[in-house]
Design a protein around this ligand. Structure first.
Ligand SMILES: [Zn+2]
Length: 188
Protein backbone atom coordinates (compact mmCIF):
# COMPACT_ATOMS: atom_id res chain seq x y z
CA UNK A 1 0.00 0.00 0.00
CA UNK A 2 1.45 3.38 -0.98
CA UNK A 3 0.17 6.91 -0.89
CA UNK A 4 0.68 9.09 -3.93
CA UNK A 5 1.55 12.72 -3.23
CA UNK A 6 1.78 15.85 -5.31
CA UNK A 7 5.31 16.71 -6.49
CA UNK A 8 6.97 19.55 -4.59
CA UNK A 9 7.78 22.66 -6.56
CA UNK A 10 11.27 23.54 -5.30
CA UNK A 11 11.51 26.53 -7.67
CA UNK A 12 14.98 25.27 -8.49
CA UNK A 13 16.60 23.99 -11.63
CA UNK A 14 14.56 21.65 -13.80
CA UNK A 15 17.75 19.71 -14.47
CA UNK A 16 19.15 17.54 -11.70
CA UNK A 17 21.14 19.92 -9.56
CA UNK A 18 22.94 19.77 -6.28
CA UNK A 19 20.89 22.09 -4.15
CA UNK A 20 21.46 20.65 -0.71
CA UNK A 21 25.19 21.27 -0.51
CA UNK A 22 26.99 23.05 2.26
CA UNK A 23 29.84 25.45 1.62
CA UNK A 24 32.35 22.86 2.85
CA UNK A 25 30.94 20.17 0.57
CA UNK A 26 31.10 22.52 -2.40
CA UNK A 27 34.77 23.13 -1.59
CA UNK A 28 35.54 19.39 -1.69
CA UNK A 29 33.60 18.85 -4.91
CA UNK A 30 35.20 21.87 -6.62
CA UNK A 31 38.75 20.69 -5.89
CA UNK A 32 38.37 17.46 -7.88
CA UNK A 33 36.41 18.37 -11.01
CA UNK A 34 37.22 15.21 -12.99
CA UNK A 35 36.27 12.68 -10.33
CA UNK A 36 33.18 14.71 -9.37
CA UNK A 37 32.22 15.80 -12.88
CA UNK A 38 28.74 14.25 -12.48
CA UNK A 39 28.10 17.00 -9.90
CA UNK A 40 29.41 19.82 -12.07
CA UNK A 41 27.84 18.61 -15.34
CA UNK A 42 24.67 16.80 -14.27
CA UNK A 43 23.11 17.07 -17.72
CA UNK A 44 25.85 14.76 -19.05
CA UNK A 45 25.89 12.28 -16.19
CA UNK A 46 22.71 10.91 -14.65
CA UNK A 47 23.83 9.87 -11.16
CA UNK A 48 22.73 10.05 -7.54
CA UNK A 49 25.57 12.42 -6.70
CA UNK A 50 24.27 14.86 -9.36
CA UNK A 51 20.96 15.08 -7.49
CA UNK A 52 22.00 14.93 -3.86
CA UNK A 53 25.72 15.58 -3.54
CA UNK A 54 27.67 13.82 -0.78
CA UNK A 55 25.23 12.15 1.59
CA UNK A 56 27.24 11.70 4.75
CA UNK A 57 28.43 13.75 7.70
CA UNK A 58 31.19 16.35 7.41
CA UNK A 59 33.47 14.35 9.71
CA UNK A 60 34.13 12.06 6.78
CA UNK A 61 34.94 14.81 4.29
CA UNK A 62 38.72 14.52 4.95
CA UNK A 63 38.50 10.79 4.08
CA UNK A 64 36.61 11.65 0.89
CA UNK A 65 39.12 14.40 0.05
CA UNK A 66 42.08 12.03 0.44
CA UNK A 67 40.34 9.48 -1.80
CA UNK A 68 39.36 12.09 -4.40
CA UNK A 69 42.91 13.51 -4.45
CA UNK A 70 44.38 10.08 -5.26
CA UNK A 71 41.77 9.29 -7.90
CA UNK A 72 42.00 12.75 -9.49
CA UNK A 73 45.79 12.23 -9.94
CA UNK A 74 45.12 8.91 -11.67
CA UNK A 75 42.49 10.50 -13.90
CA UNK A 76 44.71 13.39 -14.95
CA UNK A 77 47.56 11.02 -15.79
CA UNK A 78 45.19 8.77 -17.71
CA UNK A 79 43.70 11.65 -19.62
CA UNK A 80 47.12 13.06 -20.46
CA UNK A 81 48.35 9.64 -21.55
CA UNK A 82 45.33 9.09 -23.80
CA UNK A 83 45.14 12.51 -25.42
CA UNK A 84 48.69 13.79 -25.75
CA UNK A 85 49.41 12.24 -29.15
CA UNK A 86 47.28 12.35 -32.34
CA UNK A 87 47.40 8.58 -32.78
CA UNK A 88 45.94 8.09 -29.29
CA UNK A 89 43.18 10.59 -30.04
CA UNK A 90 42.47 8.83 -33.35
CA UNK A 91 42.36 5.42 -31.64
CA UNK A 92 39.95 6.71 -29.02
CA UNK A 93 37.70 8.46 -31.54
CA UNK A 94 37.77 5.40 -33.80
CA UNK A 95 36.66 3.27 -30.87
CA UNK A 96 33.87 5.74 -30.09
CA UNK A 97 32.74 5.86 -33.73
CA UNK A 98 32.46 2.08 -33.96
CA UNK A 99 30.85 1.62 -30.56
CA UNK A 100 33.80 -0.34 -29.14
CA UNK A 101 34.04 2.25 -26.37
CA UNK A 102 30.97 2.99 -24.30
CA UNK A 103 29.91 5.64 -21.78
CA UNK A 104 31.66 6.74 -19.63
CA UNK A 105 35.27 6.84 -20.83
CA UNK A 106 37.02 7.76 -17.59
CA UNK A 107 36.24 6.62 -14.02
CA UNK A 108 33.54 8.77 -12.44
CA UNK A 109 32.05 9.00 -8.97
CA UNK A 110 28.30 8.37 -9.04
CA UNK A 111 27.30 8.20 -5.38
CA UNK A 112 28.69 8.85 -1.88
CA UNK A 113 26.57 7.96 1.11
CA UNK A 114 26.49 6.37 4.54
CA UNK A 115 25.20 2.80 4.63
CA UNK A 116 25.05 0.82 7.87
CA UNK A 117 27.46 3.22 9.57
CA UNK A 118 30.06 2.95 6.82
CA UNK A 119 31.10 5.25 4.01
CA UNK A 120 29.94 3.92 0.65
CA UNK A 121 31.53 5.25 -2.54
CA UNK A 122 30.15 4.14 -5.89
CA UNK A 123 31.86 4.74 -9.21
CA UNK A 124 31.83 3.65 -12.82
CA UNK A 125 35.30 2.71 -14.02
CA UNK A 126 34.67 3.60 -17.65
CA UNK A 127 35.78 1.90 -20.83
CA UNK A 128 39.18 3.60 -21.12
CA UNK A 129 40.47 2.66 -17.67
CA UNK A 130 43.27 0.04 -17.76
CA UNK A 131 43.06 -2.85 -15.29
CA UNK A 132 46.04 -1.72 -13.19
CA UNK A 133 44.59 1.77 -12.65
CA UNK A 134 41.15 0.29 -11.95
CA UNK A 135 42.73 -1.92 -9.31
CA UNK A 136 44.49 1.04 -7.68
CA UNK A 137 41.27 3.09 -7.62
CA UNK A 138 39.40 0.17 -6.08
CA UNK A 139 42.05 -0.06 -3.36
CA UNK A 140 41.75 3.70 -2.63
CA UNK A 141 38.01 3.23 -2.19
CA UNK A 142 38.49 0.16 0.04
CA UNK A 143 40.86 2.15 2.27
CA UNK A 144 38.43 5.11 2.48
CA UNK A 145 35.47 2.89 3.32
CA UNK A 146 37.43 0.91 5.93
CA UNK A 147 38.77 4.14 7.51
CA UNK A 148 35.24 5.46 8.01
CA UNK A 149 34.63 2.75 10.62
CA UNK A 150 37.05 4.54 12.96
CA UNK A 151 36.33 8.22 12.26
CA UNK A 152 33.43 10.14 13.83
CA UNK A 153 31.04 10.96 10.98
CA UNK A 154 30.01 14.16 12.73
CA UNK A 155 33.30 15.79 13.77
CA UNK A 156 36.15 13.77 12.21
CA UNK A 157 37.86 12.73 15.43
CA UNK A 158 38.58 9.06 16.24
CA UNK A 159 35.33 7.21 16.81
CA UNK A 160 33.65 3.85 16.73
CA UNK A 161 30.46 2.31 15.42
CA UNK A 162 27.56 2.60 17.89
CA UNK A 163 25.48 -0.54 17.58
CA UNK A 164 22.64 0.65 19.81
CA UNK A 165 20.37 3.60 18.99
CA UNK A 166 22.80 5.67 16.85
CA UNK A 167 23.87 3.08 14.28
CA UNK A 168 26.62 5.37 13.02
CA UNK A 169 30.27 6.03 13.84
CA UNK A 170 30.73 8.69 16.53
CA UNK A 171 33.38 9.82 18.98
CA UNK A 172 32.45 9.81 22.69
CA UNK A 173 31.93 13.60 22.82
CA UNK A 174 29.42 13.62 19.97
CA UNK A 175 27.22 11.05 21.72
CA UNK A 176 27.25 12.71 25.12
CA UNK A 177 24.24 14.96 25.40
CA UNK A 178 23.55 16.71 28.69
CA UNK A 179 20.33 16.66 30.70
CA UNK A 180 17.38 14.31 30.73
CA UNK A 181 18.01 12.88 27.26
CA UNK A 182 21.39 11.62 28.40
CA UNK A 183 19.83 9.80 31.34
CA UNK A 184 17.16 8.32 29.09
CA UNK A 185 19.76 7.01 26.65
CA UNK A 186 22.25 5.70 29.21
CA UNK A 187 21.48 2.14 30.40
CA UNK A 188 21.15 1.94 34.20
ZN1 LIG B 1 32.59 13.42 17.07
Amino acid sequence: MVKMVEPVDTELHPQPRVWTLTYRQNEVLAKYPLFFRAVHFPWSYPANISHFGILCGGGWYPIIEALARDVECELRALLYDQLQLPDKVAALEGALATGRVTFPILPICTDISQVGGELKVELLLGSMCPADIAERIRSYIDIAEASSRYICESCGRPGKYREAYWRRVYCDDCTTPVGPLHQALTPA
